[in-house]
Write a protein that binds this ligand. Sequence first.
Ligand code: FMN
Length: 306
Amino acid sequence: MAPLQGFTEVEYRRAYVDVYGTDAVDMCFTPFIRIEHGEPRPKDLRDALSGLNTGVPFTVPQIICNGPEELVMLRDMLVANGITRIDINAGCPHKPQVNRGRGSGLLSDRQRFGRVMEAVALDTQCRYSLKMRLGTTGPDEWRDLVDVINDTPLEFVTVHPRTGSQQYSGTVDMDRFVEICRMLRHKVVYNGDLLALDDIDRVGALQCRPAGVMIGRGLLARPSLPLEWRDGESWSRDKRMARIMALYQRFEALITPRLCGDSQILSKLRPFWQYLEPEIGRKASKMISKAGNMEAYRKALRYVDM
Ligand SMILES: Cc1cc2nc3c(=O)[nH]c(=O)nc-3n(C[C@H](O)[C@H](O)[C@H](O)COP(=O)(O)O)c2cc1C
């Protein structure tokens, strides 16, 4: 399960495992934890730390940093709370992070990237993985980083084969993914635009033999996708919808004690249903997006064509 800021937070991860079971995904990642006003942002930490004992099989906290100082500050905070496994975000394309040299902004600065990898190599307390794009703006920036990545002990490297400046537009660059996969000595996990069983099979059939896949928006749009893939066949729409309804009932129950009132709960729930539009139809999706209170939301759910 890919990290998705605002979506795959602790309550979602827990609801997902409660409804789809512990065998659906091998690993979850928290949305990134950042430094804000000179310290780890409390909201991000809450998510990573409260996620520790949720029954989710294996949750890896993700950090975003612009150099070894931020990495060490975040690492120290996590280690103090018993965490010894960290994923580093070198892919986030959002301007506020990129302009601070974080996320995909790390990839065009070989020296700074190298210093982050050096801090990883020197760390005796934690094990790391890396999540990266092809570059900040250029699709070949990764070439300058291969040696330093190969010299760094990493559990695996997840590659989303787009540049940061592409954001989420255009197509994923499968040729460059295959190249990077061949050149890295680490296990490589593929990420990007996996929406259907065939998409996962196509990655599995690549000759460079990626070690796994990470799924983000495809999982929001079709939460049963990993289980359907493991089953080797698509589920009926009835079966998919029954689980989706159970997922959002469970999710709502988990977020309700933390949030204040209908409007906060609705603003949390509504964006998920936009991703589900292909499954639930336009009419239901529109009604959900317009629901101003929980009663209207529940009424809209009844329009979901079961
Ligand atoms: C709303 C949203 C939030 C995201 N938050 C994060 C994040 O916190 N950390 C991260 O590494 N990637 C984040 N991503 C990127 C995804 O993890 C993933 O790399 C990207 O969406 C491509 O995979 P997909 O096509 O399977 O969604 C985010 C993407 C979206 C759309």
